[in-house]
Design a protein around this ligand. Structure first.
Ligand code: PAF
Length: 298
């Protein structure tokens, strides 16, 4: 006689609870003492499919019974005086719906006063020289602000895993370095960039692009793919192939195009071999965009 099959575990429906204070977050994220894995996905809101990929990766890692927190906080410390802090899109209701759909248990959306109760912190973190190149050269102090809030959010959420997008490759490298250098007890996981079918990397800032800007912005991913296609011919060929695409692109005001050693985020020398990041930053219309690809240079 056939043995009855064990009943399949019903898929768990994740209701994402929205919290605004540290106390409410803690009560929601640790409702009991059960020893489950937990993960955090830190965001500045305006969530899109790229964030959904991070949340899904976090859910896969911790399993159906683990806990996933998504933080939504537009961190003033990481914006320069002439940057888009006030204009940065704020779409909390839609963010909670997307986070829930992707598998989050709790959304933590604190005010600036909740995160920085004593005002701008007197003691903060420095990303050091890694934070002064590429993005850091164009945005002085940006990575110090990122690290300071990431450290605080790691303390508040106390996760086993923290997921960050490879789209912000320098940010990911610097956070990995902070965790290693300062002995944070968390595993940092990078998640590949999500792209539109035509190659445009998803970004919360894409919503600022006009139709024409969006068309011109495609030159960024085209340049990166051309560079990646030349990877077998060495660093010089990679740089030249990518630069050719950008030289011919209309409406793209290049900030930098660089082939980077991902470990310490320095420009890869001409005899570099191994895994590298080809990164680009440019202004299209009034919007500054960044993108990168990982490639094996020979
Ligand atoms: O990548 C971002 O959205 C932000 O820099 C982060 C990591 C949430 C810190 O504010």
């Amino acid at each position: 006689m056939a043995r009855p099959k064990p009943a399949a575990k019903a898929p768990k429906v994740h209701q994402a609870q929205l919290t605004h204070t540290v106390a409410d977050f803690e009560a929601a994220f640790w409702p009991d003492e059960s020893p489950v894995d937990n993960a955090v996905v830190m965001t500045m809101g305006a969530l899109h499919e790229g964030h959904a990929a991070l949340i899904r990766a976090a859910r896969r890692e911790v399993g159906r019974d683990g806990r996933v927190a998504v933080t939504v906080f537009v961190n003033p410390l990481q914006f320069g005086p002439s940057e888009d802090l006030d204009r940065y899109p704020r779409t909390l209701e839609a963010d909670v719906a997307l986070a829930q759909e992707a598998g989050a248990d709790v959304v933590f959306a604190p005010s600036a006063e909740e995160v920085y109760p004593n005002g701008t912190p007197v003691v903060s973190l420095s990303a050091g020289p890694m934070g002064e190149r590429f993005e850091g050269a164009s945005r002085p102090g940006h990575f110090d602000g990122v690290l300071t809030v990431v450290a605080k959010l790691l303390h508040i959420t106390d996760p086993d895993y923290a997921f960050f997008g490879e789209k912000d490759a320098q940010q990911l490298a610097i956070i990995q370095r902070m965790v290693a250098d300062l002995d944070f007890d968390v595993e940092v996981v990078g998640v590949p960039t999500v792209r539109e079918a035509d190659g445009l990397a998803l970004s919360s800032r894409n919503r600022y692009l006009s139709e024409g800007d969006r068309e011109q912005a495609l030159a960024l991913s085209r340049a990166l793919f051309a560079g990646r296609d030349a990877a077998a011919r060495g660093p010089k060929a990679v740089r030249e192939a990518a630069a050719r695409v950008l030289d011919d692109a209309a409406g793209v005001h290049l900030d930098y195009l660089a082939l980077i050693d991902p470990h310490d985020f320095v420009e890869a020398p001409d005899d570099f071999q191994g895994e590298a990041v080809l990164a680009v930053a440019a202004k299209v219309g009034s919007t500054r965009l960044i993108d990168n690809v990982r490639l094996q240079v020979r």
